[in-house]
Design a protein around this ligand. Structure first.
Ligand SMILES: Cc1cc2nc3c(=O)[nH]c(=O)nc-3n(C[C@H](O)[C@H](O)[C@H](O)COP(=O)(O)OP(=O)(O)OC[C@H]3O[C@@H](n4cnc5c(N)ncnc54)[C@H](O)[C@@H]3O)c2cc1C
Length: 450
């Protein structure tokens, strides 16, 4: 009998999985609920929406994100292809015009004859799979999985312990900024009008007043039954300020490499990244926040140049649901309880747009192998994808992770390379990346699946 796969969720993981399978002649039923029910982070009704920053992180092949991207390309990533088509300048990062990116992906999915799109909310995956005669299921409903499906997952798969918190950064309208107080400059590069980042410098006095205002401002309180559990790499700016008055300036407000005038360096800097090619709006880098909306307007207008700032959207905090993969999933991301049900994307415990998309490719690859009746094989841990899966499947205390070289076994350096203190970190990354690319290529060739 011909296999058919049910994919739930047309986010980053869901579109990748659907596209991967359809490219191999597998029929997909893709069910997405945003056209009937937007979640609090969503603004548009097209697929693969980037709900916070517009960056898919580094393109540099010698970075961990770059390594992951080379592997995704090998697996035929739709997300990367459309990100490239809709990219906006952002230095080494792959940043996109989010509306254009989402539009291109949606068109590609909707024009695909092997993918049937259904706009509805899934509450019981098994019942829906039966209704549409699907033998395999991929649940890719992301960190904001709707309540009804969350209830099903908690009852049938995860038990308790299925959430933590995450936060969104505000986006400001460029026309409302006083550009005489800001300047274009990429970190460690010369000041130039063509730089990708706009910077708002602060004096010591301005910075400490700003931090004090962040600490004192009214925050949105979590609901009674929810405990705040933030992802360390994506802490709200106000929480950073609460941790210590200097914490933000050693984190997202770090001034190093952003000096306009060497003689008179800023004490701290708010970095703004273009949201679109026109540069008509900017994302406040690292400014995800729990502040109440009126408080955000008051406090963020204290930033030099922001006195009359108008925001396209303000920051917010949201639940972020994910599984304890080690406890409930197998290495191919199927559930221990229901072998035909797989999870993909952020809900498995990976963190980030690119990682979620990559996870969609990984799971689709494993489902495809099952359809071909091939045995499971683990991706090499030296590859970025193998390292991510290894992380979520072996980590004792589940905490979502981006891809980084800390997850990949280190490369041994020669004596000479170790002695070169200035360059050894760089060399280590380059060697790990070259090794990862080689091992991944050989692995995929040996598998002979794609
Ligand atoms: C508030 C917030 C901000 C974030 N900011 C960033 C960031 O700046 N950078 C970054 O790299 N990562 C960020 N992330 C993390 C993560 O990378 C993204 O959430 C990413 O989109 C996850 O991809 P996904 O495919 O797993 O899920 P999603 O992209 O969220 O896709 C899931 C899809 O499933 C649909 N769905 C949900 N429930 C159902 C249901 N019951 N039936 C049918 N469809 C359903 C949703 O509508 C959605 O379209 C953020 C996460 C959150 C929550």
């Amino acid at each position: 009998m011909k296999s058919r796969v049910l994919v739930i969720g047309a986010g980053l993981a869901g579109v990748e999985a659907s596209n991967f399978l359809s490219q191999r002649n597998i029929e997909v039923v893709l069910i997405e609920c945003k056209r009937v029910k937007l979640n609090p982070a969503q603004k548009i009704n097209s697929f693969a929406e980037l709900v916070c920053t517009n960056s898919l992180k580094s393109k540099d092949p010698n970075s961990a994100h770059g390594l992951l991207k080379t592997e995704m390309k090998t697996l035929g990533s739709l997300v990367l292809a459309k990100a490239q088509e809709s990219s906006v300048p952002a230095g080494d990062a792959l940043a996109v015009d989010r509306d254009q990116f989402s539009k291109l992906i949606t068109e590609s999915i909707e024009d695909n004859n092997l993918i049937s799109v259904i706009n509805e909310e899934v509450s019981d995956p098994l019942a829906i799979a039966e209704k549409h005669s699907c033998q395999h299921i991929i649940i890719a409903t992301g960190p904001l999985t709707t309540d009804s499906l969350s209830a099903w997952i908690q009852a049938e798969v995860s038990g308790e312990d299925f959430y933590f918190y995450d936060a969104i950064a505000p986006v400001v309208d460029a026309d409302s900024l006083d550009l005489s107080k800001l300047y274009f400059k990429d970190r460690h590069k010369p000041v130039t009008e063509t730089a990708d980042y706009l910077n708002a410098p602060m004096t010591e006095d301005e910075y400490y007043r700003f931090v004090e205002a962040l600490v004192e401002a009214e925050k949105v309180k979590p609901k009674d039954f929810e405990e705040e559990k933030f992802f360390e790499a994506c802490l709200p700016i106000d929480l950073m300020a609460e941790r210590g008055k200097d914490t933000p300036r050693f984190s997202c407000m770090k001034p190093i490499g952003l000096e306009q005038d060497e003689e008179n360096p800023p004490f701290a800097v708010v970095q703004l990244r273009k949201e679109n090619l026109l540069g008509s709006s900017f994302n406040l880098v690292g400014f995800q926040t729990r502040l109440k909306y009126p408080e955000q307007l008051r406090v963020f207008r204290m930033i030099p140049g922001f006195e009359n700032a108008q925001f396209n959207h303000l920051g917010s905090v949201h639940r972020n649901s994910f599984l304890n993969a080690r406890k409930v999933l197998n290495w191919d991301m199927s559930t221990q309880k229901f072998p035909q049900i797989h999870f993909a994307g952020q809900i498995t415990g990976v963190e980030g747009y690119t990682e979620s998309a990559a996870s969609g490719l990984y799971v689709a690859y494993q489902v495809y192998k099952k359809i071909l009746d091939k045995t499971f094989s683990q991706f090499p841990v030296e590859s970025a994808l193998g390292a991510l899966v290894n992380y979520i499947m072996t980590n004792n205390r589940p905490a979502p992770s981006n891809i980084n070289f800390g997850l990949i076994p280190p490369v041994a350096l020669s004596k000479e390379q170790r002695r070169d203190r200035r360059n050894r970190k760089k060399v280590k990354k380059r060697l790990a990346s070259e090794r990862g690319q080689k091992i991944f290529r050989e692995f995929i060739q040996n598998e002979g699946i794609i």
